[in-house]
Design a protein around this ligand. Structure first.
Ligand code: GLU
Length: 484
């Protein structure tokens, strides 16, 4: 039988890493088995619904390129893929259960049920609705909740593809609600009918559903249907190993990562490693490699720690794999001078973990590449040099360096790289005696003259990007500030 997996979010707000990771694992599993992946929206809890969520879910999955074969917006052989449009289906199965003696209308008012609950609490025993199940069932007119009559109160043992053998006893079974008084089904009922009708073979979902699994199993039995395979996702823990996720641990909107300049392939790679890891020590994967390598039996049971540093590392690797032109386009990077922009890409690739950081670097550390600096005399003169000779000393150093730079071919025409520039200039800096501040006392004024910034790339890199002509202009301007 062909593999069919689904992602079935409720439209109750934005998507965060937990939801997207479940979608990703279901998608990877379908893709690697040549199966189908379905997007179904579970909107039966109208009170919790948040407007705009469906669009947000679609946008998030599309950003990550987790594409579905059937679903809410594209339809398919089992449409509709929106639960609120499938009420007839649930009512049909509800009638079937009533006829088989497995469902009955709840005869109690909310106050009465509350009374039973309190009584159980006073007597220090668990509250079970089935203890109050009426002896005879009335007609269901659709206005009362419809309850499931658990066919057999017993211990269940089942296999989970991730957690292995699981078991739960009688305490996990009760007469739960199938259809609420507003005629909408509960999640417990609706998802089982949908998975049946949509021919789902594997259910990937969060581990909060483990405790309800005996209820699902008893319903599969009552309906006399074969259940799909279950694969439960491990929980995601905060970066400190704590259960509570903070904003830095992915508790935020997944689309925030898009605004911060993460690449969808980097995000997908990171999410795949959140609770799964391959046999070897490879960490950077393309989506195609993930489809090939993903192995459901290697999903871990224990909590997966959300490590933002790892996300940043992986994302940088994905950014680096882009061609320079693709990098500029993906990062939406613009600059007044295109040839210099192309020259800074290797620098950005080395240092930026997100395109947000790359843009930040362009506006700060690299701002000097596009705008000639305003140089401050006090900043320019070497502090390491004895104070009475500082000005003259710096002037001499810059003059000597400029003479060497003049002999270099202009890199824009000759593609002179930072390494060769360094080879030419370093011997001069190295000759500078220790008592005069050593090489730092030479390199500081050079770098500052070129950049006018405390923080910038090294002077050789700057010359390689600016070209010798522009570099000499800047050095001349700095020399003018030093005066006679
Ligand atoms: N609608 C459920 C949720 O959003 C999905 C659970 C499932 O995948 O069965 O948590």
């Amino acid at each position: 039988m062909a593999v069919r997996t689904r992602f079935a979010p409720s439209p109750t707000g934005y998507m965060h890493v937990g939801g997207v990771r479940t979608a990703l694992f279901a998608w990877l599993f379908a893709r690697q088995n040549g199966g189908q992946f379905i997007l179904r929206i579970e909107d039966t809890d109208k009170a919790r619904e948040v407007e705009g969520s469906i669009g947000h879910i679609i946008e998030s999955l599309k950003w990550l390129d987790i594409e579905w074969d059937e679903g809410i917006d594209i339809g398919g052989p089992f449409e509709p893929y929106l639960q609120s449009a499938r009420l007839d289906s649930y009512h049909k199965y509800a009638r079937q259960l009533i006829e088989a003696g497995f469902a009955y209308p709840d005869p109690y008012t909310e106050e009465q049920v509350e009374g039973f609950r309190q009584q159980a609490e006073t007597e220090k025993r668990p509250f079970l609705y089935r203890d109050h199940r009426p002896d005879t069932f009335g007609e269901w007119d659709g206005t009362q909740p419809l309850r499931f009559k658990v066919p057999e109160v017993k211990r269940y043992t089942w296999n989970d593809l991730v957690y292995g053998e699981l078991t739960a006893g009688e305490e996990a079974l009760d007469d739960f609600i199938l259809v609420k008084s507003d005629s909408y089904p509960t999640y417990n009922f609706a998802h089982i009918i949908d998975d049946l009708e949509m021919e789902i073979t594997h259910i990937m979902r969060a581990n909060e559903f483990i405790s309800s699994t005996p209820k699902f199993l008893s319903l599969y039995e009552a309906l006399d249907i074969k259940r799909p395979e279950f694969a439960t996702m491990p929980p995601i823990l905060g970066s400190d190993g704590n259960k509570k996720l903070g904003k830095r641990d992915g508790a935020k909107d997944i689309l925030d990562y898009r605004s911060e300049g993460y690449l969808p392939t980097g995000m997908m790679n990171f999410l795949a490693l959140l609770g799964w890891h391959p046999e070897g020590d490879q960490e950077v994967f393309t989506p195609e490699e993930l489809i090939k390598t993903f192995d459901i039996t290697r999903i871990q049971k224990g909590g997966a720690r959300f490590d933002e540093e790892k996300l940043r590392f992986i994302n940088r690797e994905h950014m680096r794999q882009l061609s320079d032109t693709a990098y500029i386009a993906a990062g939406n990077l613009t600059a007044p001078d295109t040839s210099r922009l192309e020259k800074v890409v290797p620098l950005l690739k080395e240092r930026s973990h997100t395109f947000g950081e790359a843009r930040e670097m362009m506006g700060h550390e690299l701002a000097c590449i596009w705008t000639a600096p305003a140089v401050d005399r006090d900043m320019l003169i070497s502090k390491e040099v004895p104070s009475e000779t500082r000005g003259a000393y710096t002037k001499q150093a810059l003059t000597d360096l400029a003479a060497t730079i003049k002999t270099l071919p202009n890199n824009l025409a000759n593609d002179l790289d930072a390494e060769s520039i360094k080879e030419q200039l370093m011997p001069y800096a190295d000759q500078n005696p220790k008592e005069n501040g050593g090489r730092g006392a030479v390199l500081w004024p050079l770098r500052y003259a070129l950049s006018g910034q405390e923080k910038s790339p090294d002077p050789f890199t700057l010359i390689s990007i600016l070209g010798t002509e522009e570099s000499l202009l800047r050095i001349t301007a700095a020399l003018a500030i030093l005066g006679e």
